[in-house]
Design a protein around this ligand. Sequence first.
Ligand SMILES: NC(=O)CC[C@H](N)C(=O)O
Length: 247
Amino acid sequence: MAVGVLALQGSFNEHIAALRKLGVKGVEIRKAAQLDTISALIIPGGESTTMAKLAHYHNLFPALRDFVKMGKPVWGTCAGLIFLSDKATGQKEGGQDLIGGLNCTVHRNYFGSQIQSFEAELAVPDLAAKEGGPETYRGVFIRAPAIIDAGPEVEILADIRVPSKKSIAEKEVAELQEEKADSEEKVIVAVKQGNLLATAFHPELTADTRWHSYFLKMVSEEEQALSISEEVLDDEIQPTKIDLPIF
Ligand SMILES: NC(=O)CC[C@H](N)C(=O)O
């Protein structure tokens, strides 16, 4: 299985190291032609505007969009999630190009600036069901995005409670009032849509490799599905033997 890691900018080395721990060699991808040599791609965290500029410079967008359209497994982490989303808000002036494919609207810096980066324990029932281990996962959020809207075909794998904008305003009026249950809302931080996986946090920065092994399972399931459909195709084009009577 050949797994590529987009290596224009950001934490691609850390993803390659995490894959290595699982016995898989990650291939650094910088050129469009290299995408033909891999069966899956990881788009790392970093800075999505800069990454988009570099992707433009290397004329990567058409090939990346084709890769997603072909249904090959792609996992975007943080800036990679922004890249994969159909729509992004909170962009720099002039916006930025996205690969798209994931039916989500993402807010680029939902949690605030770099100094508002944080770690949080996330409930991850689907991940734990597939990969074992604890029911929670420690997410590292670095100037992280969040998914603020997702289409019906998007499976939510993790979300996080945040104070609602309304409750922040209320708190200013009655600072010492006990927090009400409805003063929190949830935003989505990990999703799966078909062969697309996206996380707002950075699994490549923790020792817990379950998100990497989860993605590798998606890759091998896709490879298996492809080889079965190739076998079916082979069978279909096999000329059927006709036993002709001998006169
Ligand atoms: N750690 C990250 O990848 C941060 C992404 C950042 N919010 C952006 O706009 O690109």
